[in-house]
Every structure is written in structure tokens, then in C-alpha cells.
Ligand binder design. Structure first.
Ligand SMILES: C[S@@+](CC[C@H](N)C(=O)[O-])C[C@H]1O[C@@H](n2cnc3c(N)ncnc32)[C@H](O)[C@@H]1O
Length: 372
């Protein structure tokens, strides 16, 4: 494969600019916005680094081929001509996904069969359970082939065994933290922390721990993978050891929840994520929320909302108490609140700014921000 190639980093629609900001800060080449993500260019080491280090990317795709095809026989011929061995391992088990739009080839399944045929001719197998995923987009008669280098979605950091009732994806949590102005240098409090997503994500970020440090990636099975080089990259980019300094400086991350099970789960998750020393979890209802000592920081919260948990009428009272407690005890702090229900957000009585709508779990959520 010719280097540099295009690398696509997916983000929830609406949050692409935040991912673009992260990708630029992380030193990737000229990241550009695209629908549903960000495009940069690089070689395999950039692909490994993007998977390992970016907190907001949902998956990392490598665009490995692009050609025109106006009918299925042409697609078949051109797909068979590709150097599959440069991208896929011998005997690769693949899944192939195809979308056709505004093209003479309009039949997804027929196009998929042609691409699958080319992979099989190379010696691979194709089935919906394949571990590797090849994606073809046929748009305006242009065929773009991509390979998913992440495998499991990147919000699966490898530490969340205990999940609460409605856990937030880590990638989404990281983008909402960023949208709220978090940069790893202030305390974070989540008073309805559930499985601890915001708290743990913020603590790892502050400690300089790579989000992908505890998981595997699909790229490790590709012929382009060089294990020694990746191990060096991992050692260079994942720099814990900052925890002690953070603790001494009093930078801590606090989660509370009224549910005992949530607190047990969040505590175990923080342990597995390597940030137990930086996190403080406590069972407490919103009415018992305490302001941590020290400099003000960020309250980050994802309260229950009707369509997912509980009853909307009761929730008005809960949002009202949240607003009152924050106003009374958290002067000087900032709030970032994620909810799908604008009416409930308003019930906090806080002067909120709403962010763009973001699709999550079959609903549309927004980040509401306020100065407390
Ligand atoms: C949507 S979940 C939060 C999920 C969390 N962000 C995560 O990623 O796991 C809302 C949480 O609010 C908690 N909760 C509901 N009412 C509460 C109250 N009055 N005081 C404190 N926590 C409460 C629930 O136990 C639940 O864990």
C-alpha cells in the first residue's frame, strides 16, 4: 500500500469538530471534517497511534483502494486485481459491508458478492462473523474500500465489566468532557456516576494513560503489524506515573450515586482502568452531594431521562434538586450535563447553553453547559 493513505476516524454526527480538535492536538496530519468523522493521512504507525491514543474516535478505518465501477462485472474485475495481500492476512476471515448511493451499481448484496468473491479468490473467507471488516462505499460510481483496524468499537476500553443501568460510551464521554472545556487539569465531579464513565475517563486523561492501553485491536492481525514497533509506541504514549503527582497536587476525580451497586461497579471499573488511586466513589443521593476541597473544576453529569429509566414526572423533581444543590454548593464550578430531555434540563433552573443534538442509544442527547 502506498503511504500516506487516508485514515478515517469516526465520531457521532454532531461531535466531529471536537474529534477534529483532539486529532489536531495529538499531532496527526491536517485533520479534515467529514460526515460522521474526521479524515487524516498517514501510515500504519499513525493507525496504531490513533487506535491507542484518541479518546473520542469510535473506530479507525484505513482507506486502501478507490476505483470507478459502472457495472458489476467491472467491480468484479477491479476488485480481483487489488493487492489484497498488502492489506489482509493469508486466510483472513472477513465480513464485508457495502452501501451503494447514487450509482449505477445500486444492489448492495450483488456488490457485496463481487467483493467477497475477490477476497475468496485471494484465499480469505467471508462470513457475517468474520473478525476483520472490509467496508465498501459506492457513491457516484466511485468505489471506496476501507478496512476497520479497530475491531471492537473503541469505547470498549477493556476495563468496564460492571455496567450501570444506562452507561455512556467512553468515546462520547471524552468528547463531552472536551466540549465542556476539560483538558486534564482540573477536578471532575459526577454526582450520578453510574458505572463511573466520566470520572474514570477524566482521571485517565489527566494521568496521561492511553485509552486503548488495556485492549486488543484488529490491526494486530494484519500483515502490516510490527509488534516491536507498537510496543515502543505504547511505552512512549502511555505515560502513567503522573498519578502520584496528581494526587499530591490534590487533583482527584469524584463520583457519587444513590445506588450501592453502581458505586461497587464504578470502584471495580476504576481499579481495572488503573486509576483507583485518583478516584473517590461514594454512595450518596444528590441531596447529600459535597463539594470537594480545593480549586473549582467541572461537574459532569448524565442524569436519568424518561425514555431510558424511570418516570418523567419524578425526574422533574430530581433535576430541580440537582440544579438547587449545584447552585448552593458549587459556586465557581462549571457544569456539563448530558440529557435527551430539554424540559428536564430546564427544570434545573440553571442558565444553560445547549450543544448540538447527538444520536446516542436510539435517542438524541445534548450537552447543556452552565457556569455555576
Ligand atoms: C443515566 S445513569 C448515569 C450513567 C453513567 N453516566 C454511566 O456512564 O454509567 C443515571 C444514574 O443516576 C443515578 N441516580 C438517580 N437518582 C439519583 C439521585 N437522587 N441521587 C444520586 N444518583 C441518582 C442512578 O442510580 C444512575 O446510576
Amino acid at each position: 500500500m502506498e503511504t500516506p493513505f487516508e485514515i478515517f476516524l469516526s465520531a457521532p454526527p454532531g461531535l466531529e469538530p471536537l474529534l477534529q480538535q483532539e486529532v489536531a492536538e495529538a499531532g496527526f496530519d491536517a485533520p479534515e471534517l467529514a460526515p460522521g468523522g474526521v479524515v487524516t493521512r498517514g501510515g500504519w504507525p499513525e493507525v496504531w497511534r490513533a487506535n491507542l491514543c484518541l479518546r473520542g474516535a469510535g473506530r479507525v478505518l484505513v482507506r486502501f483502494a478507490e476505483f470507478r465501477a459502472f457495472h458489476l462485472a467491472q467491480l468484479d474485475k477491479r476488485a480481483r486485481k487489488l493487492d489484497w495481500g498488502a492489506v489482509l492476512p493469508k486466510g483472513a476471515a472477513c465480513r464485508v459491508d457495502v452501501t451503494c448511493r447514487n450509482s449505477k451499481i445500486y444492489h448492495d448484496r450483488a456488490a457485496r458478492a463481487r467483493i467477497a468473491g475477490a477476497i475468496e479468490a485471494f484465499g480469505g473467507t467471508v462470513s457475517p462473523e468474520g473478525a476483520l471488516r472490509v467496508m465498501a462505499r459506492i457513491e457516484d460510481d466511485l468505489v471506496t474500500l476501507s478496512l476497520d483496524t479497530s475491531g471492537e468499537l473503541l469505547h470498549r476500553r477493556g476495563w468496564k465489566e460492571a455496567v450501570g443501568k444506562a452507561p455512556l460510551r467512553e468515546t462520547l464521554a471524552a468528547l463531552f468532557l472536551r466540549a465542556s472545556g476539560y483538558d486534564g487539569s482540573e477536578p471532575v465531579v459526577d454526582p450520578m456516576c453510574g458505572s463511573g464513565t466520566f470520572v474514570i475517563e477524566a482521571a485517565q486523561w489527566a494521568a496521561g494513560m492511553a485509552p486503548g492501553r488495556a485492549r486488543d485491536f484488529a490491526f494486530e492481525d494484519l500483515p502490516s503489524f510490527r509488534a516491536g514497533e507498537f510496543a515502543t509506541l505504547k511505552a512512549e504514549t502511555d505515560v502513567p506515573g503522573r498519578e502520584a503527582g496528581l494526587r499530591e497536587a490534590g487533583l482527584l476525580f469524584h463520583g457519587s450515586d444513590r445506588d450501592d451497586g453502581a458505586i461497587r461497579g464504578a470502584t471495580a471499573n476504576a481499579e481495572r482502568a488503573g486509576v483507583a488511586d485518583l478516584c473517590r466513589f461514594r454512595r450518596a443521593a444528590i441531596s447529600d452531594l459535597e463539594r470537594p476541597e480545593g480549586t473549582p473544576g467541572l461537574v459532569m453529569v448524565n442524569p436519568p431521562y424518561g425514555a431510558r429509566i424511570g418516570d418523567r414526572k419524578l425526574l422533574f423533581g430530581l433535576y430541580g434538586s440537582l440544579g438547587a444543590v449545584l447552585k448552593e454548593r458549587f459556586a465557581g464550578w462549571r457544569l456539563g450535563m448530558v440529557t435527551s430531555d430539554g424540559g428536564l434540563a430546564k427544570a434545573t433552573g440553571l442558565d444553560l447553553r445547549a450543544g448540538p443534538p447527538v444520536a446516542f442509544g436510539g435517542l438524541t442527547v445534548k450537552l447543556y453547559q452552565a457556569e455555576l
